[in-house]
Write a protein that binds this ligand. Structure first.
Ligand SMILES: Cc1cc2nc3c(=O)[nH]c(=O)nc-3n(C[C@H](O)[C@H](O)[C@H](O)COP(=O)(O)O)c2cc1C
Length: 169
């Protein structure tokens, strides 16, 4: 089963998070997960996927303008209805708005007919209510992306397990 992670990233944090999600997904038997920057997407592969996770840096509490543009153009033309959809974000402040970005991405996915995945509290610790967040060390000295590595990997594995359970291929 093919799964894709599609992200925007200017300074690598969100790309790193995408790679960790793919690492978790690829732990699941028969899953092939790949990551794509919005400017360099293999649409043949993405069309064959059963699930797509979309991630963005937080810009002024919202997704990036480039991600929003991609969602309104390329993503709207993809045949994503019925696929499993997830979302993640990276930020430089613990309270910088990352979950708003995740919620907005999930809402876009639902609007395209995707099935929204969170995992929520159903899997126990770590509880990831909407989607994983990474806070980098740009400003907060106690933070760094590596602190959130395990959450991204676990989320990826959970997402892939749910996709295999739902779509059985
Ligand atoms: C224009 C701009 C606006 C930003 N606004 C926020 C914000 O509202 N909240 C926050 O926590 N971080 C904010 N950041 C920080 C980025 O979200 C953060 O560094 C992110 O990890 C960058 O992702 P990237 O390395 O994948 O590009 C902003 C960064 C830029 C460049």
């Amino acid at each position: 089963m093919k799964l894709a992670i599609i992200y925007d990233s200017k300074t690598d944090n969100t790309r790193q998070a995408a790679a960790w999600i793919a690492e978790g997904m690829n732990k699941v038997k028969n899953v092939e997960a790949k990551i794509f920057h919005i400017s360099d997407i293999d649409y043949t592969f993405v069309n064959q996927t059963k699930g797509i996770v979309i991630g963005s840096p937080v810009y002024a509490t919202q997704m990036t303008a480039d991600m929003r543009t991609w969602l309104l153009n390329a993503a709207m033309r993809l045949n994503v209805a019925g696929k499993l959809g997830g979302a993640f974000a990276t930020a430089q402040y613990t309270h910088g708005g990352a979950e708003l970005v995740i919620q907005t991405i999930l809402t876009n996915e639902i609007a395209f007919g995707m099935l929204a995945y969170s995992g929520g509290a159903s899997k126990g610790l770590p509880v990831i209510h909407l989607g994983p967040v990474g806070v980098n060390g740009n400003v907060e000295p106690h933070n760094k992306m590596e602190n959130y590595r395990d959450n991204f990997v676990i989320y990826g594995k959970r997402f892939a397990e749910k996709a295999v359970e739902l779509f059985k291929d």
